[in-house]
Structures are given as structure tokens and as C-alpha cells.
Write a protein that binds this ligand. Structure first.
Ligand SMILES: Nc1ncnc2c1ncn2[C@@H]1O[C@H](COP(=O)(O)OP(=O)(O)OP(=O)(O)O)[C@@H](O)[C@H]1O
Length: 272
């Protein structure tokens, strides 16, 4: 079965080979999974934020989690970072079974993941520089390396002049850039990004998106939760999952007309 995504992207789900914008890859055998969810559910009280989610993400893939407000996108990312515990099911990240991870191993998991939270979660009484450098201090990096790396990510995100500022004195967009800088500074294996350009103007969004895609090119696995079709189209994707009221959309149930024609709950390429 072949589905036409747009003029430049054809997908053949029965084939080992996929052609995305002229790139032909033997993707199914080449890559191993770095994230796996098996029948995962998350309940808040009596309500389900996520229900029976089974999916996997391969090393180096750019994966979008899309869906309407309240569909469960942020919850999914939060589970991967152990920001909130799973109610049922199993989650494996980088070979670690999160249900069996002892409290002292959680920092190890988190050092391998860079997170851009939707609400940024910056430490309000520490400077921009400190918010970013804490990641490297926790990883035991020497001060000279920390200074060099923090200055580099500040420069790349256009935040050098604000390095001594406290987060509450910054605009939402500036705080989001700091959150991006903090997420990438440790050169993580996985980046989890929740609407990473949601507070940015168009020009800044382009700069930040390109910066994140440099990490994709270096082999970092990136999961982006977003309902921003422009963002999705600006990067393309390896896999796109659509959530609908906490469940993966079934074939033909993609809820956003703008996302059509997507076939099934997983696809590759671009949306039209
Ligand atoms: N801490 C919480 N306590 C109770 N309910 C929660 C909590 N966090 C999320 N929820 C509920 O879980 C569901 C999924 O929320 P989530 O934030 O994951 O959605 P989302 O797809 O990221 O939405 P948005 O696009 O608006 O950010 C919603 O019904 C929400 O109200």
C-alpha cells in the first residue's frame, strides 16, 4: 500500500525502504529503538490523560506527537522524563525500564535527556547562565568546559546579552530560548520538546528550529509535541503520531483536517 503525502514524499509501508524528499533509507533494519511504550496509560483521578499507548522511537529519529489541546502530548513527554509516574504499562528509555529505575538512577536518566518544557521550568532566582550551567555541573564537567559550552549555546540562541539576567525579567520568548539552550547544552541522546517555538516570533522560531535540527543531524533523537503544522512542515519528520483524547488515532481517524492525508497513527514525511 502506498500513500501519497505530498509531491515530494511517498511512503510504502510494506517496503523496508522509504523515500522522503529523494532520500532513500533502509530504515527498519538499520535502527534500534531508544524509546518504547507498551500499553501505557496515565490517569489523573478517574480521567485518562493517556490510554493504552504502544509506540516506539528509533535512534536518531525526529518524531512529532500531535493532537488537539488536552490530547495528552505533554503528558507523554512528561512520562518519558519521569516528571510524572505511569499508571499502567511499561516504558523503556535508552534500555532503562522506568518502572524499575531506583531513585538514585533517575538523575542518570535525566542527564541523557534534554527537555524543553511548555512552561520552561527555569529557576527564577538563578541567572540565565546558572540555569544552563547547572546541567553541566550535575554531569561533573570542569568549570572551563562549562563556561565554554554555556557561552556557545547562549550565542546560538541569541541570549548572550542576557546571561546575567534572572528569568522573570525576560519575555516569554526569551525564556523559551533559555529553555532550548539548557536542553541542548549537555549534548543529550534525546531531546523532548514541548511546543518549542510556541512563544517565539517567526524569525526566532526559524533560528531555534534550525538549531534543534543540527542536533538531529548529529544523531540526537528528538520528540516534539506540537499542533503547529507550520513547524512540522518546516522540519519534516521521520514519524508522526497523532493523539486523540489520550489515545493514538486509528487509521482514518486523524482529527485535524490540516493533517490529512496521513494514513494511520504513524507516518513519515510532511503534512499538507
Ligand atoms: N497534573 C495534572 N492533573 C490533572 N489532570 C492533568 C494534569 N496534567 C494533565 N492533565 C489532564 O490530562 C489531559 C492531557 O493533558 P496534556 O497537558 O498532556 O495535553 P496536551 O495535548 O499537551 O495539551 P496542550 O496542547 O493544550 O498543551 C488533559 O485533560 C489535562 O487536563
Amino acid at each position: 500500500m502506498a500513500a501519497l503525502l505530498d509531491n515530494t514524499c511517498h511512503i510504502s509501508v510494506n517496503s523496508t525502504y522509504v523515500n522522503v524528499e529523494g532520500r532513500t533509507e533502509k530504515f527498519m533494519e538499520r535502527k534500534r529503538s531508544i524509546i518504547q511504550l507498551f500499553d501505557v496509560s496515565k490517569q489523573y483521578g478517574a480521567g485518562y490523560a493517556l490510554k493504552n499507548i504502544t509506540l516506539s522511537v528509533k535512534v536518531g529519529d525526529l518524531v512529532f506527537i500531535t493532537g488537539a489541546s488536552g490530547a495528552g502530548k505533554s503528558t507523554l513527554l512528561n512520562l518519558l522524563y519521569l516528571a510524572t509516574p505511569v499508571t499502567r504499562g511499561q516504558i523503556i528509555v535508552g534500555g532503562m525500564n522506568l518502572a524499575r529505575l531506583s531513585p538514585e538512577k533517575i538523575p542518570y536518566l535525566r542527564r541523557r535527556i534534554g527537555v524543553i518544557f511548555q512552561d520552561f521550568k527555569l529557576i527564577s532566582h538563578r541567572s540565565v547562565f546558572d540555569n544552563i550551567s547547572l546541567v553541566l555541573e550535575a554531569a561533573g564537567q570542569p568549570p572551563a568546559v562549562i563556561k565554554k559550552k554555556v557561552e556557545e549555546v547562549l550565542e546560538r540562541t541569541g541570549m548572550t546579552e542576557y546571561m546575567n539576567a534572572l528569568p522573570p525579567s525576560l519575555s516569554g520568548g526569551q525564556q523559551q530560548k533559555v529553555a532550548v539552550a539548557r536542553a541542548v547544552v549537555g549534548d543529550p541522546d534525546i531531546i523532548l520538546a514541548d511546543e518549542p517555538t510556541g512563544s517565539l516570533d517567526a524569525c526566532s522560531a526559524e533560528v531555534i528550529t534550525r538549531y534543534l535540527m543540527e542536533y538531529k543531524e548529529k544523531g540526537t533523537t528528538i520528540l516534539i509535541a506540537s499542533h503547529n503544522t507550520a513547524l512540522i512542515n518546516s522540519t519534516g519528520f521521520d514519524v508522526l503520531y497523532t493523539l486523540e483524547a489520550g489515545q493514538l488515532a486509528q487509521p482514518g481517524e486523524n482529527i485535524c483536517a490540516a493533517m490529512n492525508p496521513i494514513m494511520g497513527n504513524e507516518t513519515r514525511g510532511r503534512v499538507s
